[in-house]
Design a binder for this molecule. Structure first.
Ligand code: SF4
Ligand code: MG
Length: 335
């Protein structure tokens, strides 16, 4: 399968009072055509910054892309002139954010917000764009789309606004859809509906998806592959099956233990991961998870573990694996 997106050795920092926050540190991964990949981690792990860097939505300054490359369909995005990048953003990569209210334009009808991209990027006539907007609203499950397109965002409920966002993101048939916590603001039933909708649309259109979430629970239904980030780095990656059945990094195991399960008995408590993530102004010298890890050894404090390859698809960055003699993947091993 064709590789849609290839992120290589990406590092992004933010200049703040008192130093430089190293938000993303040497991140490499790729996404194939039609693949759904989840990036999972706590807030501050660098997952949103990674997504925003791919879309070139980081404001510089204070942000700084220090190194690395982002190739989309063979084209380097980090050096693309802003004008061409706008075309990529509207046309080839769609993005769905957590809070649709902040990304929808409150002064423009929902219909016009969908039609705008179609007329601008796909050079559709107004009447064709309107027809397509109605089709898209139908596709994302908005009832009475003919009358809904002339309404404004505040006429829509939270779930309906998120559907409208998905319609806008899908309007130009993007090859890649990036969804950053797309359902966090919604209640559980609507969350499930939106995720099912995204999954179905992905099947229909063959779009690749990057789903960013702090909630491993929603990954199970949606994604083929999981990338776990911690303190600005990828610490484990594998197929959904590998990550759920055979997690190897203590942090991934912790994330799974903190998830409610259907088969869990009432007296079996959920176990939150103790401690807090490290300060990324002064990232730890060794493993980023060291201060919270029950298995930390002396080497963990001073040396960053490299990737150990456990299978063709699973890699983990932990000294426990290296001492057990996996195949070393090297620092730049990519997910
Ligand atoms: Fe724990 Fe050491 Fe593995 Fe880090 S490298 S997760 S501190 S055992
Ligand atoms: Mg975020």
């Amino acid at each position: 399968m064709r590789t849609m997106l290839e992120v290589n050795d990406l590092s992004v920092s933010f200049d703040v009072y008192g130093g430089e926050v190293q938000a993303v540190r040497g991140v490499s991964f790729s996404v194939k055509e039609g693949e759904a990949v989840a990036i999972v981690g706590e807030s501050g792990s660098g997952k949103s910054v990674t997504a925003q860097t791919i879309m070139r939505l980081i404001s510089t300054p204070p942000g700084r892309i220090k190194q690395g490359s982002v190739r989309f369909d063979g084209q380097e995005l980090l050096s693309l002139p802003e004008k061409e990048m706008q075309r990529v953003r509207g046309n080839q990569i769609g993005m769905i954010f957590q809070d649709p209210m902040t990304s929808l334009n409150p002064t423009m009808t929902i219909g016009m917000q969908i039609m705008e991209g179609l007329m601008k990027h796909q050079k559709m006539s107004r009447s064709d764009a309107k027809k397509r907007a109605i089709e898209l609203l139908t596709m994302v499950g908005i009832p009475n789309p003919e009358s809904r397109i002339s309404q404004y965002p505040h006429h829509f409920s939270g779930g309906m606004r998120q559907r409208a966002m998905i319609a806008i993101a899908l309007s130009c048939n993007p090859a890649l859809l990036i969804a950053d916590e797309p359902t966090t603001a919604l209640d559980v039933t609507i969350q499930a509906q939106i995720l099912r909708l995204m999954k179905n649309l992905q099947k229909q259109t063959g779009t690749s998806i990057i789903l960013i979430t702090h909630d491993l629970g929603i990954v199970a239904d949606m994604c083929d592959r999981v990338i776990v980030m911690y303190a600005g780095q990828i610490i484990e990656t594998g197929t959904k099956r590998e990550i759920f059945r055979n997690p190897q990094h203590p942090y991934t195991k912790g994330l799974l233990k903190s998830l409610p399960r259907l088969d869990q008995s009432k007296n079996e408590p959920l176990v939150p991961i103790h401690g807090t993530p490290p300060d990324l102004i002064q990232p730890p010298q060794g493993c980023g998870f060291c201060s919270r890890c029950d298995y930390a050894m002396r080497i963990c404090q001073t040396e960053v573990p490299e990737f150990t390859r456990l299978s063709d698809t699973q890699q983990v960055r932990c000294w426990l694996q290296q001492s057990q003699g996996g195949i070393r993947g090297g620092k730049g091993a990519s997910a």
